[in-house]
Write a protein that binds this ligand. Structure first.
Ligand SMILES: [Zn+2]
Length: 301
């Protein structure tokens, strides 16, 4: 298809995603998939509410990546360079500790993802306590994005794009391009689990990032072995063959974890009855306004 044949609104939307930074995590399709599958895992007290708002939740699954273009503080919320100071197990578990150890600027440059998940999780709890339907949808949708990012191995390491090992470009190739080429929506189903109430969302995010960081080497080695095939269909065929199971597993776990985070916020809010459907007196949330066309800026993750 030539660009001339692409309807203007679709082209604008495509450009929006292209320009939103070179490293958009799971990619649009992957983040939608995480929120979409998370809904189906929820218990009966929550599921009808989330089912009703599925369209907004799928749009919001990608909103934080768009936000990078209008909020300079947004970028570091999408990753944590867990191996930046050596052993991931020794990485500071609080932002204050990280700032003391690395200095405030460097600590933020290494990323703040797990702590941001904690912040957004608390916001969701507050919105559920208040019974604010629009806020619940907005925050839950965005929370799914950050949880999804925490399951991308290349969001948990300093060598996030293979730039330190001659694998530059692997970030997008693995987590976005691969998912656009193959229908992971069916194969990831086997990796879905039962959501659970999380003792500590931040600790859980650290555990997720730690297991992801341990997978990075395997992805890089695979890319190195296939380097001569870069740009060819065969590259993706073999990348899928060798790392597709990992992508399936991390996607399934991300959807389960997203449901767990939503469930946890609800339990922490005191298990309130979810706002009723329109017609029962509840306000309807607005779909998020379309973001203005962003100016391209360098983006890390
Ligand atoms: Zn992201």
């Amino acid at each position: 298809m030539t660009h001339r044949l692409v309807p203007v609104p679709l082209l604008s939307l495509a450009l929006l995603f292209v320009l939103c930074g070179p490293l958009p995590a799971w990619g649009r399709r992957g983040h939608e998939l995480v929120n979409d599958r998370a809904i189906g895992l929820l218990p009966p007290e929550l599921r009808p509410f989330f089912e009703r708002h599925r369209p907004e939740l799928l749009v919001l699954a990608n909103e934080p990546d768009l936000r990078k273009q209008r909020d300079p503080q947004e970028g570091p919320r999408h990753f944590l360079d867990l191996d930046a100071a050596g052993d991931p197990a020794q990485y500071p578990r609080t932002l204050e500790e990280a700032m003391r150890r690395f200095g405030a600027k460097r600590a933020v440059e290494y990323g703040v993802l797990p702590w941001h998940i904690g912040t957004v999780s608390a916001e969701l709890t507050a919105a559920m306590k208040a019974g604010n339907e629009a806020q619940i949808v907005d925050i839950a949708g965005r929370l799914g994005h950050y949880v999804g990012d925490s399951f991308v191995p290349l969001h948990a390491c300093l060598n996030y794009d293979g730039q330190l090992t001659g694998n530059t470009g692997i970030h997008k190739l693995w987590e976005a391009d691969l998912l656009e080429r193959y229908p992971f929506d069916k194969t990831m189903l086997a990796s879905l689990g039962t959501p659970m109430v999380l003792e500590d969302p931040v600790v859980f995010a650290f555990e997720t990032l730690t297991t992801g960081q341990a997978e990075v080497q395997g992805i890089l080695e695979c890319d190195t072995a296939l380097h001569a095939l870069r740009g060819k269909h065969e590259y993706f065929e073999k990348l899928r063959e060798r790392t597709g199971a990992l992508a399936d597993r991390r996607l399934g776990e991300a959807a389960t974890a997203t449901a767990s985070h939503w469930l946890t916020a609800w339990v922490r809010a005191g298990k309130p009855a979810m706002p009723a459907a329109a017609g029962d007196g509840a306000a309807q949330p607005q779909a998020p306004a379309e973001a203005p066309m962003p100016t391209p800026v360098p983006s890390k993750n």
